[in-house]
Structures are given as structure tokens and as C-alpha cells.
Design a protein around this ligand. Sequence first.
Ligand code: HEC
Length: 152
Amino acid sequence: MKRLLIIVVFASLAVLSGCDTSPKSPRGFSLPEGDPKVGQAVFVELQCNACHQIPGVEQLQSAVGEPQISVKLGGKVSKIKTYGELVTSVINPSHRLVKGYPADKIQSDGESKMRNYNDMMTVRQLIDLVAFLQSKYDLLIYDPTRYRSYKL
Ligand code: HEC
């Protein structure tokens, strides 16, 4: 039994370290510093606010008759949003679809309904956008329950 456990542990370690050496591993990924202010201007210029609500930017109204998509960005999160996740959401949105919305609102046939910007967005715009998005997320600090001691 113990031996089996050791084998399982080593097998999972091998799988985990295997992921890290794959050509698709995020290891070594690093973005230069972006400017959140410029990022906000890019957000409006590229009309990200046609489909997104984010604190500090007004959402564009959809054309009459068109159903409005409204996916919230920013706000309180229990896990930090890494820039790897944000870059992926922008340039490869179908990789991981956001949770908590009715499926037909955000995707069709597993493809995100987000507009594809890959042929028109500059790398500089992407870097600044990510800096802007990241500045809008607040990490919730885990607040452990306090136990009071009652005097009898
Ligand atoms: C035509 C509508 C539309 C436009 C325009 C659009 N998006 Fe989206 N976006 C979506 C939808 C729908 C989702 C949810 C599905 C998904 O996860 O891809 C989404 C998801 C995202 C997410 C992931 C959210 C999360 O909590 O995981 C980010 C980040 C994002 N969009 C950023 C942007 C940025 C930046 C722009 C402008 C460059 C933009 N979007 C423009 C529709 C849009």
C-alpha cells in the first residue's frame, strides 16, 4: 500500500514537471510594464465597453433591437488575475470561457462571442490594456471567522 502511494506521488510529480517543460508551458512568460491610463483609453477606443462593464467606464448602449452582452470585468476576486490569464482572455477568449453567465449569452458552439482583435491590436495596446484591467481587480483578503469566548 505504501509502495503504491509512493508510485502515485512520483507519477504525479513526473506529470507536473512534464507540463513545465512542454513547449506550451507559460514558464518564462513576462510582460513589460504597461500604462493603465493609456489602457483605459484603448479600452474605449476599441469599444471593449460595447460588451463589458468595468468600474470607471460607461458601457456603450447596443443598437436598438440587438441583445446586449454585458460581462463584468474588475471588482473583487478571491484569486488574483494574472496577466497570463488576462492576455489569454483577450487574444484567445475561447480557451477558457467566463463562468456564471447563461451559455447562450457568451458563446455559441463553445466559441466565445467576444470580438477577435488579433489582426488589429498592437502589442503596445495589449500591454497597456492588461495593466488597466489588472488595476481594476481587488483581491479579497480571507477574513477568518473570529471565535468569541463567552464568559459563563
Ligand atoms: C462583442 C462583445 C465583446 C467585445 C467587443 C469584447 N468582449 Fe471581452 N468578452 C466577451 C464575452 C461574451 C466574454 C465571455 C466569454 C469569454 O470568457 O470569452 C468576454 C470575456 C472577456 C474577458 C474574460 C473575463 C473573465 O472574467 O474571465 C476579458 C478579460 C475580456 N473579455 C476583455 C475584453 C477586452 C479588453 C476587450 C476589448 C479589446 C473586449 N473584451 C471586447 C465579449 C466581448
